[in-house]
Design a binder for this molecule. Structure first.
Ligand code: NAD
Length: 244
């Protein structure tokens, strides 16, 4: 069997762009979604209509049983996962003094527990094969912090620490573990902030504009490729010069 990429939260936004990009590069792609079956099926159709191979697979990636079921389905239908992209993520912003414990737990569990669950499951066959790629989508908020996003920033900083630790654990087995840290990318997540906020943000970005999902996807595709064989434990910032 060939290379199999599993992309979490791939029904839209950055995840959908990563799924399309990896399919273009010849990977068989599993498009994970939590609720939007129709959007995930649309991504799959787009890939198959351009000659690629893809399936949609439902799972809430913060749920251990659902993650186990998702990997079993992907392995049966496409083969063992050789590239895992931990992309699924949410925001639920608020200043700390107004942030409820549910708000904290939901973001941490969707953005960080999911990375632990999916990476642990993906690693078992990768360790046997002595090769594999784990790529997680962190955020510039996890590096620089952002007021109103203590839960989100903590989860994304957690992804970076996790990435470095696992890179050290599995490097001797030929597996690389990296992260990307996008700045402001034009997706539903940032559209929710409204036009006034995004225009203000664009002024702080060296390149003077928000990024496109495809501009993150191309970096993930690079990290998945043989060209990135000697890069591990790194976080590549893709922010158009926002945090300089
Ligand atoms: P998005 O909201 O368009 O996409 C997020 C995807 O994750 C959605 O498809 C959603 O259904 C899925 N998802 C959410 N919870 C899930 C769960 N429990 N199980 C499975 N899937 C789940 O947002 P996006 O901008 O495309 O974000 C993708 C990733 O990039 C996220 O991790 C986000 O934190 C990160 N990121 C985005 C930006 C940005 O500016 N858009 C910046 C930095 C980092």
């Amino acid at each position: 069997m060939g290379e199999v990429a599993l992309v979490t939260g791939a029904s839209r936004g950055i995840g959908a762009a990563i799924a399309r990009s990896l399919a273009d590069a010849g990977y068989s792609v599993a498009v994970n979604y939590a609720r939007s079956a129709d959007l995930a099926e649309a991504v799959v159709s787009e890939i198959t209509m351009s000659g690629g191979t893809a399936i949609a697979v439902q799972a809430d990636v913060s749920d251990a049983d659902a993650v186990a079921g998702m990997f079993a389905t992907v392995t049966d239908e496409l083969g063992p996962v050789t590239v895992l992209v931990n992309n699924a993520g949410i925001t639920d912003d608020g200043l700390l003094l107004r942030m409820g414990v549910d708000q904290w737990d939901h973001v941490l569990s969707t953005n960080l527990r999911s990375v632990y669950l999916c990476t642990k499951t993906a690693l078992k066959p990768m360790l046997r094969a002595r090769s594999g790629r784990i790529i997680s989508v962190s955020s510039i908020s996890g590096i620089a912090g952002n007021p109103g996003q203590s839960n989100y920033s903590a989860s994304k900083a957690g992804v970076i620490g996790f990435t470095k630790s696992i890179a050290k654990e599995v490097g001797s087995r030929g597996i690389t573990v990296n992260a990307v840290a996008p700045g402001f990318i034009a997706t539903d997540m940032t559209n929710a902030l409204g036009e006034a906020v995004t225009e203000g943000v664009a002024k702080q970005i060296s390149l003077g504009r928000l990024g496109q999902p495809e501009e993150v996807a191309s970096v993930v595709r690079y990290l998945a490729s043989e060209d990135a064989s000697y890069i591990t434990g790194q976080t590549l910032v893709v922010d158009g010069g926002l945090a300089l």
